[in-house]
Design a protein around this ligand. Structure first.
Ligand SMILES: Cc1ncc(C[n+]2csc(CCOP(=O)(O)OP(=O)(O)O)c2C)c(N)n1
Ligand code: SF4
Ligand SMILES: [Mg+2]
Length: 290
């Protein structure tokens, strides 16, 4: 497959209403899905599939690699070549896959625990390498699948099953970490804004290098309940308050985090893509005696 030129798909052209049918991209034989009602990961999945649809990526050219977690489980529902791999290791597998099959569009779906805790080391080295992989990190601030333990992105003072009096650790800013480690493209978006999220994912896929995209998702069941954050609509509204605190001071219940989250493309560089550089290097040195 030839990569589509960025100018042809990083734009904001709307899909004609009715043109995108999510069922065309799902393994319907696996339905009903396992996700809890209102889980933000489903919205992230929709945005990803919409992006894939608008990019015109063929299923045969699409490889989805995910780790263990509710976030990782999402990948298994996509009707393409999918690998649901070991917790914390999807980037390692994706690296080998992309090097062996550079023609594939390789997309990793990971959780905040998967990507930043057990898999944190793989993340920083993937960023450093800048191989052409798109990594979506679905950040719900918790280990959702295993019942709600604290994660590296849990906000301070929040309750989890392992921080029963409130989390005392500072949360990682995953985007700053990825940028510092050298990721070619870094971005963040909320599930509140699905078309904007879809466009960011398109931009990440279009980028010729490692794209790290943090998607602010919600675990309604074990994190929302534990912290009395309400149901899905309330949690989504809270994303809005995190983006523009002053607009929602009167309408959003406590606990309230006035952090003015930055979204969109936060960093982009023109570093060489690792795979092409590696192949050129290997070609030049083939048959050498060193
Ligand atoms: C090597 C290994 N360690 C631990 C686990 C248990 N485990 C499964 S999912 C998970 C955390 C999931 O959290 P996250 O990655 O944030 O995904 P979420 O479920 O929140 O989407 C853990 C610790 C495992 N499956 N394998
Ligand atoms: S436990 Fe949380 S992250 Fe997992 S499916 Fe339920 S709401 Fe989503
Ligand atoms: Mg999580």
């Amino acid at each position: 497959m030839n990569k589509i030129a960025p100018e042809n798909y990083a734009g904001n052209e709307a899909t004609p209403p009715g043109d995108f049918e999510i069922k065309d991209y799902l393994r319907l034989d696996l339905m009903p899905h396992f996700m809890c009602p209102g889980c933000g990961h489903g919205i992230a999945l929709r945005a990803l599939l919409w992006a894939i649809h608008e990019l015109g990526i063929e299923k045969d050219n699409l490889a989805i690699v995910s780790g263990i977690g509710c976030s990782g489980r999402v990948g298994a529902y996509i009707d393409a070549s999918t690998v649901h791999f070991t917790h914390g290791r999807p980037l390692a597998l994706a690296t080998g896959l992309k090097l062996a099959r550079p023609e594939l569009e390789v997309i990793v779906i990971s959780g905040d625990g998967d990507c930043l805790a057990i898999g944190g080391n793989h993340l920083i080295h993937a960023c450093r390498r800048n191989l052409d992989i798109t990594c979506l990190m679905l950040n719900n601030e918790v280990y959702g699948m295993t019942g709600g333990q604290v994660s590296p992105t849990t906000s301070e003072s929040m309750l989890t099953t392992t921080t029963t009096t409130g989390n005392m650790e500072s949360a990682f800013d995953a985007c700053k970490l990825a940028e510092a480690a050298g990721a070619g493209l870094v971005g963040r978006e909320v599930t509140l804004q699905v078309p904007t999220l879809k466009n960011l994912i398109k931009e990440g896929i279009a980028y010729d290098g490692f794209s790290f995209l943090e998607i602010i998702s919600d675990c309604t069941e074990v994190y929302g309940r534990k912290n009395d954050l309400g149901e899905s609509p309330e949690m989504i509204l809270k994303q809005k308050s995190d983006l523009r605190p002053e607009a929602l001071y009167d309408t959003v219940d406590q606990p309230f985090r006035p952090n003015k989250m930055e979204t969109g493309v936060l960093a982009r560089s023109d570093r060489p893509e690792y795979g092409a550089a590696y192949r050129a290097h290997a070609g030049q040195n083939r048959g050498g005696d060193k």
